[in-house]
Design a protein around this ligand. Structure first.
Ligand SMILES: NC(=O)c1ccc[n+]([C@@H]2O[C@H](COP(=O)([O-])OP(=O)(O)OC[C@H]3O[C@@H](n4cnc5c(N)ncnc54)[C@H](O)[C@@H]3O)[C@@H](O)[C@H]2O)c1
Ligand SMILES: O=C(O)C(=O)C[C@]1(C(=O)O)C=C[C@@H](O)C=C1
Length: 367
């Protein structure tokens, strides 16, 4: 694919990460287009893309692959715009949107263009937005769902997989409706619940000042995704309305049964509720695969003195162990500090644990 042109429309977290993944395996020229000029300039200055184009009309010229990485309502508008342009013969057009049915339906406007549209959705991401958060390894070991038309030739699907090889993702094909149903349960609905928990806290705080100060690990873990882009989630909810409305009905029934259980105060029943959920959760597929991102966390008890973080990170850095995330858990600030360090693999976490123990740091794994 050397020397070929790739156009990426939307240079945010996902567009940027896909560009970096393509660069790992191909010497193609990556051209970027974004309505937000600062994102495009940033992508260029970080070498995530090779060139900026300021119009779709220019950008599609000579492009063998077009990737649309914008919020899903914009994606539909862009497909309409592409249908009005003169495209290269057999150009592959794909998207990365979190919904598939509306987008794939819309792609029928490209039918007479000799363009091949293959819907796509890399099942990994972050609550962060913008090109600055892009990573070449964002999709490593994640599922990458493709929704090719049933009559799409295999060579085009394989061509797209070849372009995206550097994601190191596992490709899986399904229909757009199946995608929306499945992803509704494991991704879209949990985002509604996360946002609703935050709203619940905000409402309580109207009566009890400063209560959010005490929000500890559990609340923070379950609501991390509530910090995601509201534009992205507005669009997703509007696209997957029917699936989500049906899940909300099931959720109402679930909550009604929890209410009944609590009113009865039957300790066995309450135990079973949590125990069966734990058993199911513990059996989820290996963390290295799937929609749940890989976090290998290590908790380190540290005394609260200036420079302690630099000491811990220095020890690990000295042995080339890279930390993917670091957080200070503040709930124990009066006694001890707790550092939560995240690593990319179990092996790195174990290495860090052994090394920090040699320096007499107490460490815990809480999986
Ligand atoms: N964030 C995630 O975790 C995640 C994971 C998988 C898929 N997705 C999907 O990927 C897509 C992009 O999400 P993101 O997280 O990269 O968002 P982002 O906000 O980081 O980036 C989106 C970019 O699109 C640009 N944009 C908006 N409208 C445009 C238009 N008409 N033309 C050109 N550029 C336009 C924005 O300026 C922005 O730079 C969404 O469809 C989302 O559903 C997101
Ligand atoms: O990790 C996160 O922050 C995400 O929300 C990523 C997540 C998900 O729900 O798993 C969000 C939306 C995408 O379509 C795919 C992945």
């Amino acid at each position: 694919m050397d020397g070929k042109r790739v156009l990426i429309i939307g240079l945010g977290l996902i567009g940027g990460s896909i560009a970096l993944a393509i660069k790992k395996k191909h010497k193609a020229v990556i051209v970027g287009f974004d309505v937000d000029e600062t994102q495009a300039k940033l992508a260029k200055s970080l070498d995530i893309i090779d060139d900026i184009t300021d119009s779709l009309e220019e950008g599609v010229k000579g492009a063998s692959l077009i990737i649309i990485a914008t919020p899903v309502q914009q994606t539909e508008k862009i497909i309409d715009q592409l249908a009005m342009l003169s495209l290269e013969e057999n150009v592959i057009i794909t998207d990365v949107g979190s919904t598939k049915k509306s987008i794939v339906d819309k792609s029928s406007v490209l039918k007479n263009k000799n363009a091949i549209f293959i819907g796509g959705h890399p099942m990994a991401g972050s609550h962060k937005s913008g090109v600055i958060a892009s990573k070449a390894h964002l999709f490593e070991n994640a599922f990458y769902i493709l929704t090719p038309d049933t009559n799409c030739q295999k060579r085009f699907v394989n061509g797209l997989k070849n372009w995206l090889e550097g994601t190191n993702a596992t490709f899986i094909e399904m229909s757009p409706s199946q995608h929306d149903k499945l992803v509704g349960v494991i991704s879209h609905f949990p985002h509604i619940i996360a946002a609703s928990l935050v709203h619940q806290l905000a409402h309580v705080e109207e009566e009890e000042q400063n209560i959010s100060r005490f929000a500890a690990g559990g609340f923070r873990d379950i609501t991390r995704i509530a910090s995601s882009s509201p534009i992205m989630w507005r669009d997703i909810l509007l696209h997957n309305r029917d699936v989500l409305l049906s899940l909300l009905e099931k959720w109402e029934l679930e909550m009604t049964s929890v209410k009944k259980m609590l009113k009865k105060a039957d300790e066995n029943e309450i135990y079973d509720y949590f125990s069966s959920a734990k058993q199911f959760r513990d059996k989820l597929p290996e963390r290295s695969k799937g929609a749940i991102p890989s976090f290998y966390d290590l908790f380190v008890d540290v005394e609260d003195y200036p420079g302690v973080i630099a000491h811990v990170t220095g020890i690990l850095g000295g042995r080339d162990i890279s930390i993917t995330n670091i957080r200070i858990i503040e709930t124990r600030e009066d006694i001890l500090g707790v550092l939560r360090l995240s690593f990319r693999s179990e092996a790195e976490r174990q290495k860090a644990k052994t090394l920090l123990s040699e320096y007499r740091y107490e460490t815990y794994i809480l999986d």
